[in-house]
Ligand binder design. Structure first.
Ligand code: ZN
Length: 264
């Protein structure tokens, strides 16, 4: 409530105080239709929504690829010895290459698993070091999370990922601007399996198959927190792959889908 509606007026009052004017309500301003300077104050105070950021930074902030019969499967929160090997086994058996978004602190704990992801031909992206909610963090904290994870990844597999997936898909404009300047691509998704809720195989299948289309980026997980259960996603994967191939889709990695280099 406060952030979005009252904040601009609070800022006007602060501005008035700072310039030595008596605080006045917005209604009492000499130009009630709001002047151009009022608008800039309001624009600064109100954080942009993900939809607005997506439109403004469409070259940097991706939710899907071009509308061709390609689909990119993505797996977050890896590596995790409970689930990642099983997901890798299924992908290997079906000859599918996917994109794995790596949490730096986990890669440090399970280096061999990250090497396996890379060795089996999958693409690695950056999913932060400690999985924070970025939009609440400063640009510096954001940068540190990205660079700390990069160091671990470069040491283990030899490249600096170009693709970043922010935890929970959340990012703010300042962080996006920094990422754009450095040449990163921020990759969210347009199909959510919701598999982290420990859903059954059938539910995961339904969530993916009812929503995919040409150029889709599908969010699944191959790692989780304490007590998480990704059995549904592992069991659903062979059926998802088979069904989508029957519908004429090809599975590609994020760099293939977006026609970008995998590394910076
Ligand atoms: Zn995550």
């Amino acid at each position: 409530m406060f952030n979005f509606i009252k904040a601009p007026f609070a800022m006007l009052i602060c501005l008035a105080l700072a310039t030595g004017m008596a605080p006045i309500s917005a209604r009492a301003l000499p130009y009630p239709e709001s002047t151009s300077s009022d608008q800039s104050v309001i624009a600064e105070a109100k954080p942009m929504t993900l939809g607005e950021l997506r439109r403004k930074y469409s070259e940097t902030f991706k939710f899907n690829g071009p509308e061709v019969k390609q689909i990119a499967l993505t797996f977050d929160d890896v590596p995790d010895p409970r689930f990642t090997p099983k997901v890798l086994d299924v992908l290997k058996k079906h000859g599918v290459k996917a994109t794995f978004f790596v949490v730096g602190s986990r890669a440090k704990k399970h280096p061999e698993l990250l090497r396996r992801i890379h060795r089996e031909g999958h693409i690695v992206g950056n999913h932060s070091y400690s999985h924070p909610l970025f939009k609440k963090k400063s640009a510096l904290e954001f940068k540190n999370e990205i660079e700390r994870t990069e160091k671990v990844i470069v040491k283990l597999i030899g490249y600096k990922p170009r693709f970043i997936r922010p935890p929970y898909g959340e990012i703010n404009e300042e962080q996006l601007r920094w990422a754009k300047k450095q040449g990163y691509k921020i990759v969210n998704w347009n199909v959510d399996s919701l598999d982290w809720k420990a859903l059954s195989k059938e539910k995961v299948k339904h969530n993916v198959l009812s929503a995919v289309g040409p150029g889709s980026i599908v969010l699944q997980h191959a790692g989780g927190g304490d007590g998480s259960n990704l059995t549904g996603t592992i069991e659903a994967l062979p059926d998802i792959i088979r069904t989508l191939r029957n519908r004429g889709y090809h599975f590609v990695t994020i760099p293939e889908l977006l026609h970008e280099q995998k590394a910076l």
